[in-house]
Design a protein around this ligand. Structure first.
Ligand code: SF4
Length: 647
């Protein structure tokens, strides 16, 4: 019998609600957008719409494997637990690690983090969300004292100006882009500015595109702060009442528009137009994504943007504020549970002894980690160097997706013990595993995810698990029990984990921490099964959730005031030069997700871009004597315009 189940899309951080008509007998799905879900109100992009084509069992990992041989869950789990225990005994807790993913559900993430940081006693749990979100996390913490996204999607419709910075929203967050486009159609006075070195599809609706020099974003926003001061467009009452550090930030930002234009290689008139628009509108939203976050000075860029919003008091109210677009479906949920190696749990981290003691009390453990572990890139360096000898990779494909992928491959090839849990059998990373654990796929999993606007939604199982596939939380719990932590990992279902997560968020909180979902501390299974999308915090003060934070100008710093951060921009790369004649920038394909292990299964998603490609600016192409559809550069020696050699 067909039934309709409301669930959530497993791809990007927009977090669209899906209405899935399930034909269990034929293992088929009819997908449509959930018209009642506040993230998308029925809209879906090409990826979400094609989910029904990605659920086939071909290519799935369906049985545990040990050294290439199919085996029972018992043998595989025993081996993982024994190997982790013996590695810890021989080399210490920091010789093991977990590398997770924004694809994991919050409940999976919670138990993985609890196992590593609370009971194994190492900070070595990090996640691929490190690559997309850690700059925002750090920027938020510096400015607000908490990792808080202040606004919500509703603000798109209420803004007077939307600035897209380092974000090809049209391809990477398509439904948010559709929503912005609709807002522009309904209100043509809404100004859209795109700040991106490339002219992308997002520029289709832009009133202004600023093709700044790669890496020069902080200088551009420092210049904006300076301009706002010159134009007397600052909100001094707000600055005085609700912030600190303004004078130092302003003095450090002292860069006039001439110099900004030169630094950013922008047309001065265009730059002035943007600055004047920002100064002339109160309801400004600054949406930023990987072009800001994935940078060696990403945190400074985030704070340079936030500084401008604090200076104009345009934060925490309808239609305004800085807004980080999360890449993955549950990047936000991972941050909530403490999935980054410097975090502990429930928006507490290793920088506070009180936090460490509080979490240890709550988890009732004497073996809690006391210091951060390796962040993602350093983690694989540590594996390469032989410092980390056993690693468990969950739901991600770092042999392709991490920078310097060849080194990552070598690291895993040389690692003594590699465990991979995944729903896909053949990825570049599963090929390097000693133990493979079949995880359930999107259509089988049950739990929660949190999107860019802090909205927690249920992901619901549509089908029975394929063959021997198990939920990630179950796999982790089974290993934890075998390692001797039965009492702390007693869970029988995801609702029990969610309940504990909610209890921890409210534990000794007293309004000190932004992440508080203590209203769910006693949630029943029935309530969990019927949970409707809701934005945290969800507590006694806000039982129905909260669309915006900081409306009252109170922040989570010690003083209660937001902090301006003085930003000295890192010099933008001055290319081309003799050794590096070109800048390579990466992007996302509209119809594919991550390393394509799932989306490439859907034939129609391969039609948008049928093969990998490189786009080259016509000037560079001319200098390099390249023509459309030319042979690949590899293996050819090319002399660039600067006379440098490229091989
Ligand atoms: S916009 Fe993102 S969440 Fe929404 S359907 Fe597309 S991929 Fe899924």
């Amino acid at each position: 019998m067909n039934k309709t189940i409301q669930t959530t899309c497993p791809y990007c951080g927009v977090g669209c609600g899906i209405s899935a008509k399930v034909d269990e007998a034929h293992h088929r799905l009819k997908i449509s957008g959930d018209t009642s879900h506040p993230a998308n109100f029925g809209r879906l992009c090409s990826k979400g719409s094609a989910l029904g084509e990605t659920i086939e069992l071909k290519g799935r990992l369906l049985q545990p494997k040990v050294y290439g041989r199919e085996t029972s869950w018992t043998e595989a789990l025993d081996l993982v637990a024994d190997s982790f225990l013996s590695t810890i005994e021989k080399y210490g807790a920091d010789a093991v690690a977990i590398y997770g993913s924004g694809q994991l559900l919050t409940e999976d993430y919670y138990v993985a983090n609890k196992l590593m940081k609370g009971f194994i006693g190492s900070g070595n749990m990090d996640t691929n969300s490190r690559l997309c979100m850690s700059s925002s996390v750090a920027g938020h913490k510096r400015a607000f004292g908490s990792d808080t996204v202040p606004g919500c999607y509703e603000d798109f419709e209420q803004a007077e100006m939307i600035v897209l910075i380092g974000s090809n929203t049209a391809w990477c967050h398509p439904v948010s882009f559709q929503r912005i486009r609709a807002a522009k159609e309904a209100n043509p006075a809404l100004k859209i500015v795109v700040i991106d070195p490339r002219r992308t599809a997002s520029c289709d609706i832009a009133d202004l595109h600023l093709p700044l020099a790669s890496g020069s974003d902080a200088a551009l926003f420092n210049g904006l702060l300076h301009f706002l001061r010159e134009q007397n467009a600052l909100d001094f009452a707000y600055i005085e009442a609700h912030t600190e550090g303004f004078v130092e930030a302003l003095n450090t930002a002292g860069i006039d528009i001439e110099r900004v234009a030169k630094t950013c290689r922008l047309n001065k008139d265009d730059l002035h137009r943007f600055y004047a628009w920002f100064a002339g509108h109160k309801k400004v939203m600054s949406l930023y994504s990987q072009g800001i976050n994935q940078s060696s000075s990403g945190t400074d860029k985030v704070n340079a943007i936030i500084n401008c919003h604090l200076a104009t008091g345009s934060i925490g109210k309808p239609g305004m504020g800085p807004f980080s677009l999360t890449g993955q479906p549950n990047a936000m949920g991972g941050r909530e549970v403490g999935g980054l190696s410097h975090q502990l749990a429930a928006h507490m981290d290793f920088s506070s002894t009180d936090d460490i003691e509080r979490v240890a009390r709550f988890w009732n453990t004497s073996n809690i980690a006391k210091k951060p572990g390796y962040p993602a890139v350093e983690l694989f360096d540590a594996i390469y160097d032989g410092k980390v000898k056993a690693v468990w990779i969950m739901g991600t494909n770092p042999a392709v997706s991490l920078p310097n992928a060849d080194k990552v491959k070598q690291a895993l090839q040389g690692c003594e013990f590699v465990v991979v849990s995944d729903c896909i059998a053949d990825t570049d990373t599963t090929a390097l595993a000693h133990v493979l654990l079949p995880a359930q796929g999107w259509s089988e999993k049950d739990g929660t995810v949190t999107n860019s606007e802090r909205r927690i939604s249920r992901q619901r199982a549509l089908f029975k698990p394929a063959d021997s596939a198990k939920p990630d939380w179950w796999i982790i719990t089974q290993v934890a029990r075998r390692m001797g932590f039965e009492q702390a990992f007693h869970y029988q279902s995801p609702v029990e984990i969610f309940r504990e997560h909610a209890q921890l968020s409210g534990f000794e909180n007293n309004g000190l921490r932004d992440f508080d979902i203590s209203a769910f501390a006693d949630i029943t299974r029935h309530e969990y099964d019927h949970l409707q999308p809701i934005q945290w915090p969800v507590n006694q003060a806000y039982p129905q959730g909260r669309a915006r934070l900081f409306e009252d100008g109170r922040f989570f710093t010690e003083s209660g005031k937001a902090r301006f951060i003085a930003i000295t921009p890192r010099q933008p790369v001055n290319l081309p030069d003799q050794d590096y004649p070109l800048i390579l920038n990466t992007g996302r394909l509209r119809d594919q997700w991550h390393t394509m292990t799932r989306t490439a299964i859907a034939a129609k998603l391969n039609q948008h871009k049928t093969e990998p490609f490189v786009e080259v600016h016509p000037d560079d192409a001319h200098y390099l004597s390249l023509k459309e559809c030319d042979e690949p550069l590899c293996g050819r020696e090319i002399i660039s315009a600067t006379g440098a050699r490229m091989n």
